[in-house]
Design a protein around this ligand. Structure first.
Ligand code: SF4
Length: 349
Protein backbone atom coordinates (compact mmCIF):
# COMPACT_ATOMS: atom_id res chain seq x y z
CA UNK A 1 0.00 0.00 0.00
CA UNK A 2 2.86 2.36 0.78
CA UNK A 3 4.01 1.90 -2.77
CA UNK A 4 0.59 2.87 -4.11
CA UNK A 5 0.28 6.03 -2.07
CA UNK A 6 3.80 7.13 -3.05
CA UNK A 7 2.90 6.88 -6.66
CA UNK A 8 -0.37 8.68 -6.19
CA UNK A 9 1.37 11.75 -4.73
CA UNK A 10 2.30 12.85 -8.21
CA UNK A 11 -1.23 12.81 -9.51
CA UNK A 12 -2.22 16.48 -8.93
CA UNK A 13 1.00 17.60 -10.70
CA UNK A 14 0.57 15.18 -13.56
CA UNK A 15 -3.08 16.21 -13.95
CA UNK A 16 -2.22 19.91 -14.07
CA UNK A 17 0.61 19.45 -16.57
CA UNK A 18 -1.48 17.12 -18.71
CA UNK A 19 -4.27 19.67 -19.04
CA UNK A 20 -1.76 22.41 -19.92
CA UNK A 21 -0.02 20.17 -22.43
CA UNK A 22 -3.31 19.23 -24.10
CA UNK A 23 -4.41 22.83 -24.36
CA UNK A 24 -1.26 23.52 -26.34
CA UNK A 25 -0.95 20.37 -28.43
CA UNK A 26 -4.40 18.95 -29.12
CA UNK A 27 -5.06 18.19 -32.76
CA UNK A 28 -8.27 19.65 -34.20
CA UNK A 29 -9.78 16.27 -35.08
CA UNK A 30 -13.28 16.23 -36.57
CA UNK A 31 -14.72 13.94 -33.88
CA UNK A 32 -13.70 16.49 -31.27
CA UNK A 33 -16.11 19.07 -32.61
CA UNK A 34 -19.54 17.97 -31.40
CA UNK A 35 -18.91 15.04 -29.09
CA UNK A 36 -21.83 13.33 -30.74
CA UNK A 37 -22.13 9.76 -29.35
CA UNK A 38 -22.53 8.18 -32.79
CA UNK A 39 -19.49 10.01 -34.18
CA UNK A 40 -17.53 9.10 -31.08
CA UNK A 41 -18.48 5.42 -31.40
CA UNK A 42 -17.56 5.37 -35.09
CA UNK A 43 -14.23 7.09 -34.37
CA UNK A 44 -13.35 4.60 -31.65
CA UNK A 45 -14.19 1.63 -33.87
CA UNK A 46 -12.04 2.97 -36.71
CA UNK A 47 -9.13 4.33 -34.71
CA UNK A 48 -8.86 1.53 -32.19
CA UNK A 49 -6.49 -0.38 -34.48
CA UNK A 50 -5.55 2.27 -37.01
CA UNK A 51 -3.37 5.36 -36.95
CA UNK A 52 -5.21 8.68 -37.23
CA UNK A 53 -3.71 9.59 -40.62
CA UNK A 54 -4.57 6.22 -42.10
CA UNK A 55 -8.07 6.00 -40.65
CA UNK A 56 -9.19 9.59 -41.25
CA UNK A 57 -10.28 9.19 -44.91
CA UNK A 58 -12.38 6.20 -43.84
CA UNK A 59 -13.93 8.11 -40.98
CA UNK A 60 -14.87 10.99 -43.27
CA UNK A 61 -16.26 8.73 -46.00
CA UNK A 62 -18.33 6.85 -43.45
CA UNK A 63 -19.85 9.97 -41.94
CA UNK A 64 -20.50 11.42 -45.35
CA UNK A 65 -22.38 8.32 -46.46
CA UNK A 66 -24.01 7.56 -43.10
CA UNK A 67 -24.30 10.84 -41.16
CA UNK A 68 -26.64 9.28 -38.58
CA UNK A 69 -27.03 5.94 -36.91
CA UNK A 70 -30.39 5.56 -38.72
CA UNK A 71 -28.71 5.83 -42.10
CA UNK A 72 -26.03 3.36 -41.14
CA UNK A 73 -28.65 0.91 -39.85
CA UNK A 74 -30.22 0.85 -43.31
CA UNK A 75 -26.98 0.01 -45.15
CA UNK A 76 -26.26 -3.47 -46.48
CA UNK A 77 -23.32 -5.57 -45.31
CA UNK A 78 -21.77 -5.32 -48.73
CA UNK A 79 -21.95 -1.50 -48.82
CA UNK A 80 -20.34 -1.22 -45.41
CA UNK A 81 -17.60 -3.71 -46.25
CA UNK A 82 -16.87 -1.86 -49.46
CA UNK A 83 -16.35 1.39 -47.55
CA UNK A 84 -14.23 -0.43 -44.99
CA UNK A 85 -12.04 -2.13 -47.58
CA UNK A 86 -8.34 -1.77 -46.76
CA UNK A 87 -8.83 -1.07 -43.05
CA UNK A 88 -8.65 -4.72 -41.96
CA UNK A 89 -10.52 -6.13 -38.94
CA UNK A 90 -13.62 -6.56 -41.07
CA UNK A 91 -15.64 -8.16 -38.33
CA UNK A 92 -15.64 -4.76 -36.68
CA UNK A 93 -17.42 -3.25 -39.64
CA UNK A 94 -20.09 -5.95 -39.55
CA UNK A 95 -20.48 -5.56 -35.79
CA UNK A 96 -20.79 -1.81 -36.17
CA UNK A 97 -23.59 -2.29 -38.68
CA UNK A 98 -25.38 -4.79 -36.47
CA UNK A 99 -24.87 -2.51 -33.47
CA UNK A 100 -26.38 0.44 -35.38
CA UNK A 101 -29.44 -1.65 -36.22
CA UNK A 102 -29.77 -2.56 -32.56
CA UNK A 103 -29.53 1.08 -31.47
CA UNK A 104 -32.33 1.97 -33.88
CA UNK A 105 -34.55 -0.96 -32.94
CA UNK A 106 -33.99 -1.05 -29.19
CA UNK A 107 -33.08 2.54 -28.30
CA UNK A 108 -35.00 4.62 -30.87
CA UNK A 109 -31.71 5.59 -32.48
CA UNK A 110 -30.22 7.09 -29.29
CA UNK A 111 -26.96 5.62 -28.11
CA UNK A 112 -27.49 4.77 -24.44
CA UNK A 113 -25.35 6.26 -21.70
CA UNK A 114 -25.86 3.31 -19.34
CA UNK A 115 -22.84 1.02 -19.31
CA UNK A 116 -24.79 -2.25 -19.18
CA UNK A 117 -27.01 -1.14 -22.06
CA UNK A 118 -23.95 -0.10 -24.08
CA UNK A 119 -22.27 -3.45 -23.49
CA UNK A 120 -25.31 -5.26 -24.89
CA UNK A 121 -24.81 -3.58 -28.26
CA UNK A 122 -22.99 -5.71 -30.80
CA UNK A 123 -19.34 -4.75 -31.14
CA UNK A 124 -19.27 -2.53 -28.04
CA UNK A 125 -16.87 -3.99 -25.49
CA UNK A 126 -15.41 -2.49 -22.36
CA UNK A 127 -13.10 -0.17 -24.26
CA UNK A 128 -15.66 1.42 -26.57
CA UNK A 129 -18.26 1.60 -23.79
CA UNK A 130 -15.81 3.58 -21.65
CA UNK A 131 -14.79 5.80 -24.54
CA UNK A 132 -18.36 6.67 -25.49
CA UNK A 133 -19.32 7.28 -21.88
CA UNK A 134 -16.27 9.36 -20.97
CA UNK A 135 -15.79 11.31 -24.18
CA UNK A 136 -19.30 11.73 -25.58
CA UNK A 137 -21.22 11.81 -22.29
CA UNK A 138 -18.45 13.07 -19.97
CA UNK A 139 -19.13 10.26 -17.45
CA UNK A 140 -16.43 9.19 -14.97
CA UNK A 141 -14.90 6.27 -16.86
CA UNK A 142 -11.24 5.61 -17.63
CA UNK A 143 -10.54 4.66 -21.23
CA UNK A 144 -7.66 2.23 -21.46
CA UNK A 145 -6.08 1.84 -24.88
CA UNK A 146 -2.49 1.06 -25.83
CA UNK A 147 -1.40 4.69 -25.48
CA UNK A 148 -2.90 4.98 -22.01
CA UNK A 149 -1.24 1.76 -20.86
CA UNK A 150 2.12 2.95 -22.07
CA UNK A 151 1.85 6.37 -20.45
CA UNK A 152 0.54 5.07 -17.14
CA UNK A 153 3.10 2.25 -17.18
CA UNK A 154 5.82 4.90 -17.42
CA UNK A 155 4.40 7.57 -15.15
CA UNK A 156 4.00 5.06 -12.34
CA UNK A 157 6.79 2.63 -13.32
CA UNK A 158 4.29 -0.24 -13.14
CA UNK A 159 6.13 -3.52 -12.85
CA UNK A 160 3.30 -5.88 -13.78
CA UNK A 161 2.96 -6.86 -17.46
CA UNK A 162 0.76 -4.14 -18.88
CA UNK A 163 -1.79 -6.34 -20.66
CA UNK A 164 -2.82 -8.32 -17.60
CA UNK A 165 -6.16 -7.81 -15.86
CA UNK A 166 -4.27 -6.76 -12.71
CA UNK A 167 -2.46 -3.98 -14.60
CA UNK A 168 -5.66 -2.80 -16.23
CA UNK A 169 -7.39 -2.63 -12.86
CA UNK A 170 -4.42 -0.70 -11.47
CA UNK A 171 -4.59 1.79 -14.34
CA UNK A 172 -8.33 2.16 -13.82
CA UNK A 173 -7.78 2.88 -10.10
CA UNK A 174 -5.04 5.41 -10.82
CA UNK A 175 -7.16 6.98 -13.55
CA UNK A 176 -10.04 7.38 -11.12
CA UNK A 177 -7.76 9.52 -8.93
CA UNK A 178 -7.11 11.84 -11.87
CA UNK A 179 -10.86 12.35 -12.23
CA UNK A 180 -10.80 14.28 -8.96
CA UNK A 181 -8.81 16.93 -10.82
CA UNK A 182 -9.96 16.78 -14.43
CA UNK A 183 -13.28 16.17 -16.17
CA UNK A 184 -13.60 12.67 -17.67
CA UNK A 185 -13.65 14.01 -21.23
CA UNK A 186 -10.59 16.19 -20.74
CA UNK A 187 -8.60 13.57 -18.85
CA UNK A 188 -9.23 10.74 -21.27
CA UNK A 189 -8.77 12.72 -24.45
CA UNK A 190 -5.65 14.41 -23.14
CA UNK A 191 -4.09 11.17 -21.96
CA UNK A 192 -4.68 9.39 -25.26
CA UNK A 193 -3.33 12.37 -27.18
CA UNK A 194 -0.30 12.58 -24.91
CA UNK A 195 0.43 8.91 -25.62
CA UNK A 196 -0.05 9.44 -29.35
CA UNK A 197 2.19 12.52 -29.64
CA UNK A 198 4.58 12.85 -26.71
CA UNK A 199 5.03 9.66 -24.74
CA UNK A 200 5.22 7.58 -27.90
CA UNK A 201 6.88 4.15 -28.06
CA UNK A 202 10.10 6.14 -28.50
CA UNK A 203 9.30 8.79 -25.91
CA UNK A 204 10.14 12.47 -26.46
CA UNK A 205 11.40 12.96 -22.94
CA UNK A 206 13.66 15.90 -23.80
CA UNK A 207 10.64 18.15 -24.44
CA UNK A 208 8.31 16.57 -21.90
CA UNK A 209 6.83 18.65 -19.06
CA UNK A 210 6.18 15.49 -17.00
CA UNK A 211 9.84 14.73 -16.32
CA UNK A 212 9.78 15.68 -12.60
CA UNK A 213 6.81 13.37 -11.89
CA UNK A 214 7.41 10.55 -14.35
CA UNK A 215 8.86 7.63 -12.39
CA UNK A 216 10.25 5.85 -15.43
CA UNK A 217 12.10 9.03 -16.41
CA UNK A 218 13.30 9.59 -12.86
CA UNK A 219 14.70 6.07 -12.85
CA UNK A 220 16.53 6.89 -16.07
CA UNK A 221 14.86 4.10 -18.06
CA UNK A 222 11.64 5.29 -19.73
CA UNK A 223 11.75 2.66 -22.48
CA UNK A 224 11.91 -0.19 -19.96
CA UNK A 225 8.21 0.56 -19.46
CA UNK A 226 5.54 -0.54 -20.02
CA UNK A 227 6.48 -4.09 -19.02
CA UNK A 228 5.31 -6.77 -21.40
CA UNK A 229 4.64 -10.46 -21.37
CA UNK A 230 6.46 -12.47 -24.01
CA UNK A 231 4.26 -12.43 -27.12
CA UNK A 232 2.77 -15.55 -28.57
CA UNK A 233 3.90 -16.11 -32.12
CA UNK A 234 1.15 -16.15 -34.77
CA UNK A 235 0.19 -19.70 -35.79
CA UNK A 236 1.27 -20.77 -39.29
CA UNK A 237 -1.62 -21.26 -41.71
CA UNK A 238 -0.38 -22.80 -44.97
CA UNK A 239 -2.98 -22.75 -47.75
CA UNK A 240 -3.35 -23.41 -51.46
CA UNK A 241 -5.29 -20.70 -53.26
CA UNK A 242 -6.70 -21.19 -56.75
CA UNK A 243 -7.32 -18.71 -59.52
CA UNK A 244 -9.74 -20.73 -61.63
CA UNK A 245 -10.40 -18.92 -64.87
CA UNK A 246 -11.04 -19.15 -68.59
CA UNK A 247 -9.13 -15.89 -69.02
CA UNK A 248 -12.32 -13.85 -68.88
CA UNK A 249 -14.18 -14.94 -65.77
CA UNK A 250 -12.88 -16.20 -62.43
CA UNK A 251 -14.27 -17.87 -59.31
CA UNK A 252 -14.63 -15.90 -56.09
CA UNK A 253 -15.97 -17.30 -52.83
CA UNK A 254 -17.91 -15.33 -50.23
CA UNK A 255 -16.54 -16.20 -46.80
CA UNK A 256 -19.07 -17.16 -44.19
CA UNK A 257 -19.36 -18.66 -40.74
CA UNK A 258 -16.17 -18.73 -38.75
CA UNK A 259 -13.89 -17.58 -41.54
CA UNK A 260 -11.23 -15.00 -40.66
CA UNK A 261 -12.71 -12.94 -43.49
CA UNK A 262 -16.43 -13.29 -42.91
CA UNK A 263 -18.43 -11.41 -45.53
CA UNK A 264 -15.45 -10.78 -47.82
CA UNK A 265 -14.51 -12.42 -51.10
CA UNK A 266 -11.44 -14.51 -51.81
CA UNK A 267 -10.35 -16.92 -54.49
CA UNK A 268 -11.12 -20.50 -53.41
CA UNK A 269 -8.56 -21.72 -50.91
CA UNK A 270 -7.93 -24.96 -49.03
CA UNK A 271 -5.49 -26.21 -46.41
CA UNK A 272 -2.14 -26.93 -48.04
CA UNK A 273 -2.06 -30.15 -50.08
CA UNK A 274 -5.75 -30.91 -49.46
CA UNK A 275 -7.26 -32.82 -52.40
CA UNK A 276 -9.23 -30.50 -54.72
CA UNK A 277 -11.74 -31.21 -57.50
CA UNK A 278 -9.87 -29.20 -60.14
CA UNK A 279 -6.63 -29.80 -62.03
CA UNK A 280 -3.47 -28.35 -60.57
CA UNK A 281 -0.42 -27.18 -62.55
CA UNK A 282 3.04 -28.53 -61.74
CA UNK A 283 4.20 -25.34 -60.04
CA UNK A 284 2.47 -22.54 -58.14
CA UNK A 285 2.64 -19.11 -59.78
CA UNK A 286 3.80 -17.54 -56.51
CA UNK A 287 3.95 -18.06 -52.79
CA UNK A 288 2.87 -15.18 -50.55
CA UNK A 289 3.09 -14.53 -46.84
CA UNK A 290 0.50 -12.44 -45.06
CA UNK A 291 0.53 -11.87 -41.31
CA UNK A 292 -2.59 -11.21 -39.25
CA UNK A 293 -2.63 -10.79 -35.48
CA UNK A 294 -2.84 -14.51 -34.73
CA UNK A 295 -2.09 -16.12 -38.07
CA UNK A 296 0.82 -16.24 -40.44
CA UNK A 297 -0.71 -17.18 -43.77
CA UNK A 298 1.52 -18.84 -46.35
CA UNK A 299 -0.45 -18.99 -49.57
CA UNK A 300 0.71 -20.98 -52.60
CA UNK A 301 -1.06 -19.45 -55.58
CA UNK A 302 -2.14 -21.86 -58.33
CA UNK A 303 -3.39 -20.54 -61.67
CA UNK A 304 -5.71 -22.98 -63.45
CA UNK A 305 -6.87 -22.24 -66.98
CA UNK A 306 -10.03 -24.09 -68.03
CA UNK A 307 -12.33 -23.97 -71.05
CA UNK A 308 -15.42 -21.80 -70.35
CA UNK A 309 -17.86 -24.73 -70.11
CA UNK A 310 -15.66 -26.70 -67.68
CA UNK A 311 -15.11 -23.59 -65.61
CA UNK A 312 -18.84 -22.91 -65.35
CA UNK A 313 -19.52 -26.55 -64.43
CA UNK A 314 -17.36 -26.42 -61.29
CA UNK A 315 -19.39 -26.76 -58.11
CA UNK A 316 -17.83 -24.32 -55.66
CA UNK A 317 -19.78 -23.78 -52.43
CA UNK A 318 -20.63 -20.09 -51.87
CA UNK A 319 -18.76 -19.39 -55.12
CA UNK A 320 -19.53 -16.82 -57.81
CA UNK A 321 -18.13 -16.82 -61.31
CA UNK A 322 -17.39 -13.16 -62.02
CA UNK A 323 -15.75 -11.16 -64.84
CA UNK A 324 -12.10 -10.59 -63.98
CA UNK A 325 -12.39 -6.83 -64.40
CA UNK A 326 -15.18 -6.72 -61.80
CA UNK A 327 -13.21 -8.31 -58.96
CA UNK A 328 -12.62 -4.93 -57.37
CA UNK A 329 -16.33 -4.25 -57.01
CA UNK A 330 -16.44 -6.95 -54.31
CA UNK A 331 -15.21 -6.36 -50.75
CA UNK A 332 -11.75 -7.90 -50.56
CA UNK A 333 -9.33 -8.37 -47.67
CA UNK A 334 -5.72 -7.21 -47.85
CA UNK A 335 -4.49 -10.69 -48.64
CA UNK A 336 -6.43 -10.47 -51.92
CA UNK A 337 -4.75 -7.17 -52.77
CA UNK A 338 -1.42 -8.97 -52.54
CA UNK A 339 -2.71 -11.87 -54.61
CA UNK A 340 -4.09 -9.55 -57.28
CA UNK A 341 -0.71 -7.85 -57.59
CA UNK A 342 0.69 -11.15 -58.94
CA UNK A 343 0.06 -11.40 -62.72
CA UNK A 344 -1.80 -14.51 -63.89
CA UNK A 345 0.44 -17.25 -65.28
CA UNK A 346 -1.21 -16.94 -68.70
CA UNK A 347 -2.58 -14.04 -70.80
CA UNK A 348 -6.17 -12.84 -70.34
CA UNK A 349 -8.57 -13.38 -73.20
S1 SF4 B 1 9.30 11.96 -19.38
FE1 SF4 B 1 9.43 10.59 -21.13
S2 SF4 B 1 8.61 8.66 -20.40
FE2 SF4 B 1 7.96 10.22 -18.96
S3 SF4 B 1 5.95 10.90 -19.67
FE3 SF4 B 1 7.46 12.25 -20.59
S4 SF4 B 1 7.91 11.33 -22.58
FE4 SF4 B 1 6.90 9.75 -21.32
Amino acid sequence: MADKSNKAVHIPHLARELAAWFEQHRRPLPFRQHYDPYECWLAEVIFQQTRIEQGMPYYRRFLEKYPTVHQLAEASEEEVLNLWQGLGYYRRALNLLEGARQVVQEHQGKIPVDRTALLRIKGIGQYIASAVRAIAFNRPDVVIDGNVRRVMGRWFALEMPIDTPAAIQRIRDLGALFLRHLSPRLFNEALMEFGALQCTPRPRCETCPMQPWCMAFQQGRPTDYPRRKARRKPTAMPIDMYRLTDGRRIWLVRQDGDSLWKGLYLFPYHPKNAPVPYPRPAQPTATLTHVLTHRRIQAALWDVHLPADQLAALAIPAGRLVPIDEIHTYPLPRLMEKVLAVPLAFPLS
